[in-house]
Design a protein around this ligand. Structure first.
Ligand SMILES: CC(C)(COP(=O)(O)OP(=O)(O)OC[C@H]1O[C@@H](n2cnc3c(N)ncnc32)[C@H](O)[C@@H]1OP(=O)(O)O)[C@@H](O)C(=O)NCCC(=O)NCCS
Length: 200
């Protein structure tokens, strides 16, 4: 088996109904209930180079697409799916890594974010440099939050005045990550100085 992960192209448009069916089936199984995207919406993501696909030769394996919100200030990776027979093999990790790189390339200044109840996604996001945040730190774009209306837990979000729900919000803020890297570099440099001065 050789699973390839890549930016989806028009050559993958034939997988669109299957991708949508798999996303739907997984949401039903998890009992979350999500609004089914139209096939046209998924196809549009592929045509505009905003989707990642995993394939095993001619077989569809997994998928994810990127969406931007709040005038491109925020970018979310959505619709992550790996077909059941390919789970537990690190495919989601590879798809999310590719979606992360694509998002950073297409929207270098955007904050990347996601909402999830899933441990797998939390683990992957953490490894990519995301951190958990309150909903106030996420986009206030109403079009994004409208997507929660079809979730079975939407009443919780409404009761808390859109401030919290069962999902954990996670964010990758490029400015913060860069500042953290600079601080770590400065600390390492300082430590080098001390060792050279005091031989520690
Ligand atoms: C969630 C999903 C995408 C994971 O795909 P996958 O290819 O099996 O995930 P990976 O093999 O890349 O695993 C990534 C990490 O998550 C962990 N993981 C995978 N499935 C898990 C599960 N069900 N529970 C807890 N951890 C899990 C893995 O151990 C791995 O962690 P590690 O790097 O610390 O070892 C897949 O199960 C799926 O399609 N589910 C239905 C749709 C869904 O839930 N989408 C996410 C919506 S937010």
């Amino acid at each position: 088996m050789k699973i390839d992960v890549m930016v989806a192209t028009e050559a993958h448009l034939n997988f669109v109904p299957q991708i949508n069916d798999e996303i739907d089936a997984a949401a039903k199984q998890r009992g979350t209930g999500i609004a089914r995207r139209t096939d046209e919406y998924i196809a549009d993501k592929i045509k505009s180079g905003k989707a990642i696909i995993a394939v095993n030769r001619n077989e569809f394996v997994g998928f994810c697409y990127i969406e931007s919100w709040g005038h491109d200030e925020f970018v979310a990776n959505s619709g992550l799916i790996v077909r059941p027979q390919y789970r537990g093999m690190g495919v989601a990790k590879r798809i999310k890594q590719a979606a992360f790189e694509l998002s950073r390339k297409r929207f270098p200044n955007a904050k990347l974010f996601g909402l999830t109840t899933g441990e797998a996604v939390m683990r992957i996001n953490t490894e990519l440099g995301y951190e958990p945040v309150t909903f106030a730190k996420l986009t206030d774009d109403e079009r994004f939050w409208a997507g929660c209306q079809s979730c079975v837990n939407y009443d919780v979000l409404q009761r808390t005045n859109m401030t919290k729900c069962l999902c954990t919000g996670m964010i990758y803020d490029p400015k913060k990550v860069a500042a953290r890297k600079e601080a770590a570099k400065a600390a390492a440099k300082k430590e080098g100085w001390f060792s050279r001065l005091f031989g520690k």
